[in-house]
Design a protein around this ligand. Structure first.
Ligand code: ADP
Length: 371
């Protein structure tokens, strides 16, 4: 296990492209960190700098207190798994696992021991004599993970390792990788563009956009307390709903609805500071409560919307509705699915309501406890 520090790390490619800006992060021993963000935001570049495959243009990278900028990958004690499994097609699973150790000239009986132990961790014992083409995508990926695991390393790096798998295999491998991590305890950095993967696997998540870290936090923190509009929109599926508005005379006037200004004082620390500001009122599809006849609704903001479309997913129904002329998505209990074309009344409880400053894109300060 290793403790890592990235201090003001930048990457400027030889063509002058500034791919990573002032990346700062301290990673604890044995932690599982996900770097997440849209394609091109600098995740792989950051990972490759940690791996020693890409030079750090400026800044410092420490492994267990030692400056590692100039260390080779081997000196860093790193193993890496890529998106493409890159297995040797003409070698068996056993030989694929053993290959690196054979090159290092390690004794055959030690190799045998290590291959068997790794195969056991990964559930590959019965497949050791097979060739890669005789395995499913998930099994091939396990061999690729095994090849990285077989060398005792302190730092495990993974770059979109599940993206070639189908949806079902991805879910299975997600929990397998978590279990392997629990078993070996290596500090792990995992790159993905898939927020669900990041949410389900990480101790902490780093959200990146255009080479800049947007927020670092536990899945819980990112979900309940997204610090800016980008994180709010990126984490959560379906995404958060955003309604534009402006604070006038201490009240929030939403675009398309001058009649019902909202009192935002329950969710904002300093309403006066917002006077005249353009803001974004936000809530998650699952944050709402459907208002039903004869039932008390929680304290919050009440809306009426026209139901355009419903999607019954089984455990939940997604309701596509228009609120103040804007498309929104609401998640409701399937038993309460409203009919298309009807008016649906719902409440956004105070603890589910968010406010962002449109110009700075930052969350407006609030004392609300959201869980
Ligand atoms: P991600 O992994 O988040 O998809 P990358 O780290 O691969 O993003 O790339 C970040 C940005 O750096 C992208 O805009 C990409 O085009 C650019 N980039 C990657 N490699 C190079 C390179 N060798 N030279 C110049 N630009 C590069």
């Amino acid at each position: 296990m290793s403790h890592l520090i990235l201090k003001d790390v930048n990457k400027v490619y030889p063509n002058g492209f500034h791919a990573v800006h002032d990346f700062n992060l301290e990673i604890n021993d044995g932690e599982f960190i996900c770097l997440v963000g849209s394609s091109g935001c600098g995740k792989s570049t950051t990972l490759r700098m940690i791996a020693g495959l890409e030079e750090i243009s400026s800044g410092e990278f420490y492994i267990d207190g030692k400056l590692a900028n100039q260390m080779s990958s081997r000196e860093r004690g790193i193993a890496m798994v890529f998106q493409s499994y890159a297995l040797y097609p003409h070698l068996t699973v056993y030989e694929n696992l053993a290959f690196g150790l054979m090159l290092e000239g390690i004794d055959a009986d030690i190799i045998e021991e290590k291959v068997q132990a790794t195969a056991k961790i990964l559930g590959l014992t019965d497949y050791l004599e097979r060739f890669p083409r005789q395995l499913s995508g998930g099994q091939q990926q396990r061999v690729a993970v095994g090849r990285a695991l077989i060398r005792k390393v302190n730092i495990f790096l993974m770059d979109e390792p599940l993206s070639n798998l189908d949806a079902k295999q991805r879910v299975t491998m997600r929990s397998e990788i978590k279990q392997i991590h629990r078993g070996i305890g290596a500090t792990t950095i995992y790159v993905t563009h898939d927020q669900t993967e990041a949410m389900t696997m990480s101790d902490r998540i780093v959200v990146m956009k255009l080479g800049v870290v947007q927020q670092v936090g536990t899945p819980f923190e990112l979900y309940f307390y997204p610090r800016n509009l980008f994180v709010a929109g990126f984490i959560g599926e379906p995404p958060m709903n955003f309604l534009n508005g402006k604070v006038e005379n201490g009240k929030l006037v939403l675009e398309g609805d001058d009649e019902n200004p909202l009192d935002v004082s329950p969710i904002v620390k300093d309403v006066a500071a917002l006077e005249g500001r353009e803001v974004v009122f936000a809530f998650r599809p699952e944050g709402i409560v459907l208002a039903k006849e004869g039932e008390d609704a929680p304290e919050g903001y009440a809306f009426t919307s026209e139901v355009e479309l419903t999607e019954l997913l089984g455990d939940i129904t997604n309701v596509y509705a228009t609120v103040d002329g804007k498309n929104t998505i609401l998640k409701v209990n399937p038993h309460d699915t409203p009919a298309r074309g009807t008016q649906c009344k719902f409440v956004v409880p105070f603890k589910a309501a968010y406010l962002y400053d449109k110009e700075t894109e930052l969350a407006v300060e609030s004392d609300i406890v959201r869980h």
